[in-house]
Ligand binder design. Structure first.
Ligand SMILES: Cc1cc2nc3c(=O)[nH]c(=O)nc-3n(C[C@H](O)[C@H](O)[C@H](O)COP(=O)(O)O)c2cc1C
Length: 436
């Protein structure tokens, strides 16, 4: 609601899309048993809404709270919303469900919010409270939705705990960036209940990229010349946004790292907004843990001003000489990491598409390049495109079509080659060395 009480009306297509996402969640979550662990952070109040959404989607929900969590939201709230007893302590094993039975009951376990303390205890494999013990005992997939002050999230101890959990196959959903309850701003906000609902339903999806963590870059970068001017390019971000949407529809968990564009974030995709190539690189590297597919569609600046002026450059003589230096190469940096995700890059060329595409694939050391011709109504800012996909020993031309349809074909090709379902490996000529 607006301050005056008027409801904010979303455009029809957004409301329709939200409804479709909701219906899809309902299908995927109907009858699923979700064990929701709540630890002691301010964001615990958001979990009440999550329980409501899960029930509305047809899931059975049982709630388990740490002692600290009960200081933030009363167990009765969750009892009323879940329609089930809430488990707070070893002694509260009503319903004759002990911690082992609870662990067995769950199809999926989510800890939201996950405090720094709870993450540390889970990383250590402790069993000193009911929530930690159930996480340890359960064989169900486990996800955590961290929520904490940005300093706590960025502390090396938390980073190490999160890395360890990821290595053990725990899904880490979020955190998002933004205003925090403590008044600071930065990474550490728990994802919104609708985003967690979407992530949970995707975990039960059987799409071709089900459960795969994907990072997509999109749009242009802006390299400052002075406080009011920048160097940029004509990229609209449409191809990257279409790919993020197609990967989401294939069941992937998608993070979209986007330069400045005039597009809305696709529903169910986590978007991170950046400006410069350096910011994009940093945002991408921060999201590499657990990432199995990296699709670089962003038109990242090749060069940036070597010494951006601190003050606005004044009109002076007849000539102004700008000194440029290479901007970071995001695709090559990701491709050089060990371990690394499957890497797919984009190349925009005005001539000799195939030759440049093969050359770029080798130079960057990536699995696939999707090359497109730019200019003459194609490429930047157009709704249509045509692509030439090249990989080691092969290529495929995708005829001119809407970017949304091209994106689905490209995601299908990537899924077949690098994330094959059993029996598909041979057909795709999949190379094990590329596995993430
Ligand atoms: C008002 C208040 C808010 C807090 N918010 C958070 C938070 O958002 N994230 C966090 O990790 N810890 C937060 N803490 C600290 C945790 O409550 C504390 O570390 C506690 O031991 C967590 O226990 P648990 O993980 O077993 O629930 C907060 C503490 C207080 C008093």
């Amino acid at each position: 609601m607006l301050p005056g009480g008027a409801a904010v009306k979303r455009p029809f297509h957004r409301r329709l899309w939200a409804l479709l996402v909701h219906c899809r969640s309902m299908n995927l979550l109907a009858g699923k048993r979700i064990l929701l662990g709540i630890s002691g952070g301010i964001a615990a109040y958001k979990s009440a809404e999550l329980v409501r959404l899960l029930r509305a989607a047809g899931a059975e929900v049982r709630v388990l709270m740490t002692a600290a969590a009960t200081g933030f939201v009363g167990a009765q709230t969750f009892q009323a919303l879940s329609g089930q007893p809430v488990y707070c302590d070893w002694n509260d094993e009503h319903d004759a469900m002990g911690h082992i039975e609870l662990a067995r009951w769950a199809d999926f376990m989510l800890v939201a919010p996950a405090t720094a303390d709870t993450l540390a205890r889970l990383a250590q494999g402790r069993a000193d409270d009911l929530l930690a013990a159930v996480c340890l005992a359960s064989e169900a997939p486990l996800a955590v939705a961290p929520a904490m002050n940005r300093g706590m999230w960025q502390h090396p101890a938390t980073r190490a705990n999160v890395s360890l959990l990821r290595e053990r196959g725990v899904h880490v959903w979020g955190p998002a960036e933004g205003e925090q309850a403590c008044g600071e701003s930065g990474p550490g906000r728990m994802l919104e209940p609708t985003e967690l609902l979407q992530a949970l339903s995707q975990s039960f999806a059987s799409g071709r990229l089900a459960g795969v963590e994907v990072v997509v870059t999109a749009g242009p970068t802006r390299e400052p010349l002075d406080p009011v001017r920048f160097l940029s390019n004509r990229s609209s971000g449409k191809m990257g946004y279409a790919l993020a949407t197609a990967a989401r529809d294939a069941g992937a968990r998608v993070t979209l790292v986007s330069g400045p564009v005039a597009l809305e974030a696709p529903e169910g995709v986590e978007r991170v907004l950046v400006e410069t190539a350096q910011e994009m690189l940093q945002a991408v590297l921060e999201r590499m843990e657990g990432c199995r597919l990296f699709i670089a569609t962003a038109a990242v600046a090749d060069y940036r001003p070597r010494h951006p002026a601190q003050e606005k450059i004044k009109k002076q003589a007849d000539e102004l000489v700008l000194r440029l230096e290479p901007a970071p190469d995001i695709l090559a940096t990701v491709a050089a990491r060990t371990p690394r995700p499957v890497c797919v890059g984009f190349a925009a060329e005005t001539q000799e598409l195939e030759r440049y595409a093969h050359r770029k694939r080798l130079a960057k050391g990536v699995e696939m390049i999707a090359a497109n011709r730019v200019g003459a109504g194609l490429g930047f800012d157009s709704d249509d495109n045509e692509l030439l996909l090249v990989w080691e020993g092969g290529s495929r031309r995708l005829a001119r079509d809407r970017k949304s349809r091209l994106a689905r074909q490209l995601v299908d090709e990537i899924a077949t080659r690098y994330f094959p379902r059993s029996g598909e490996e041979k057909a795709a000529g999949h190379h094990a060395k590329y596995s993430a």
